[in-house]
Design a protein around this ligand. Structure first.
Ligand SMILES: Cc1ncc(COP(=O)(O)O)c(C=O)c1O
Length: 364
């Protein structure tokens, strides 16, 4: 019997078991082709069908309007930290263009640093002064008069801080949604570009999705690598080079699994229930503490600390003994972090809470 653990990894992360089973069934012979999806040409009829159905399912999940392109690219969100300014700021001639960034944590910091190579970056708001425990109050954002776009990270995977509302903006909003895409419904018209690495809520690492509004595609920086050129990739149906075919296929299976389970509204409901159980258990205890302010707490990544950090190692070891894996917080912040992406079940959250209560009784 296969023994599955409770996987709280921040990414690559748990995938729906039903999807893994389907991929397993189709591994050696996909739909009568006599080969695995990994072994087929991206130009074959079978793969083009997989690719276009995955795009349709994704569009359906997020109600993506016709004037947005959906791209299946590579490079991780990190490559797109650079691709965003290189695609959106014209041909790079003249003085560096102004862009606004909101700094809510470690991933914002990386995006800001990378954009600074190509743009004049204005950090319009930051929560660094309170150790990234909140979303800076929108009324205090110091936006530029002439920014080409406004960038934010919708969910800080390390700090566990999430935007629960998005700003009204006169300029296009560009959002890194790597760790909360498909966790809730969105109004796509609120955004100019959304980008996300796949390895949390979509599928395996190696695929990066980009949703971009058509009118934002134009002249690009002359040094932009062609594989990261959104305009030419849109024209080539994301196949200006060999796409990450297996990741694309698996993403399609995950999209269909979500559609069969109430879509993103269903996911939102399950995610809210899981997160509120875990935050509730933390709040109810005198031993655990959630460092993020309640209004900005992430439903996807729940960081928490123990009253005594000397017990961190024992906590992790005891958790692993019960099959509760990947709870150690990111090395930059310490403590614990439970990631509760779409594929993490409520039963896993219940098992975690039981363990936390037992550990507190013993060590608290
Ligand atoms: C919010 C966010 N942005 C960007 C990244 C970087 O993604 P990648 O490692 O795929 O480049 C991550 C990775 O975990 C992330 O969580």
């Amino acid at each position: 019997m296969t023994q599955r653990v409770h996987n709280f990894s921040a990414g690559p992360a748990a995938l729906p078991e039903a999807v893994l089973e389907q991929a397993q069934r189709e591994m050696l012979d996909y739909a009568g082709t006599g080969m695995s999806v990994m072994e087929m040409s991206h130009r074959s009829g079978a793969f083009i069908d997989i690719a276009s159905r995955a795009e349709q399912s994704f569009r359906q999940l997020l109600s993506i309007p016709e004037n947005y392109h959906v791209l299946f690219l590579q490079g991780g969100a990190t490559a797109h930290f650079a691709a965003i300014p290189m695609n959106l700021l014209g041909d790079g001639s003249g003085p560096a263009k102004r862009v606004d960034y909101i700094n809510t944590g470690a991933w914002s910091v990386k995006a800001i640093k990378e954009a600074g190579k190509y743009a004049d970056v204005n950090v319009a708001a930051s929560s660094e002064d309170t150790n990234f425990d909140r979303i800076p109050e929108v009324s205090k954002w110091q936006l530029s008069d002439n920014a080409a776009y406004l960038h934010l990270c919708s969910n800080e995977t390390i700090g566990g801080v999430q935007f629960h509302e998005f700003p009204d903006s006169e300029v296009p909003v560009v959002a890194d949604m790597s760790s909360d895409i498909l966790s809730r419904p969105l109004n796509i018209n609120d955004f100019g570009v959304i980008y996300a690495g796949a390895q949390k809520n979509i599928g395996p690492a190696g695929l990066t999705m980009v949703v971009v509004r058509d009118d934002l595609l134009g002249d690009v920086h002359p040094l932009l690598p062609s594989v990261l050129n959104y305009k030419s990739q849109a024209a080539a149906d994301s196949m200006s080079n060999t796409p990450p075919t297996y990741g694309w296929y698996l993403a399609g299976l995950v999209f269909d699994w979500l559609l069969a389970n109430g879509g993103v509204a269903g996911a939102q409901e399950r995610n809210a229930r899981k997160a509120s159980k875990l935050y509730g258990a933390i709040e109810a205890s005198n031993y655990y503490r959630a460092p993020v302010q309640a209004s900005a707490r992430s439903l996807m990544n729940v960081p928490f600390t123990l009253a005594n950090a000397d017990q961190d190692k024992a906590f992790v070891a005891g958790a692993e003994a019960r099959g509760l894996m990947n709870l150690k917080g990111h090395r930059s912040v310490g403590g614990m972090r439970a990631s509760l992406y779409n594929a993490v079940t409520e039963a896993s959250v219940d098992a975690l809470i039981d363990y936390m209560q037992d550990f507190e009784r013993e060590h608290g």
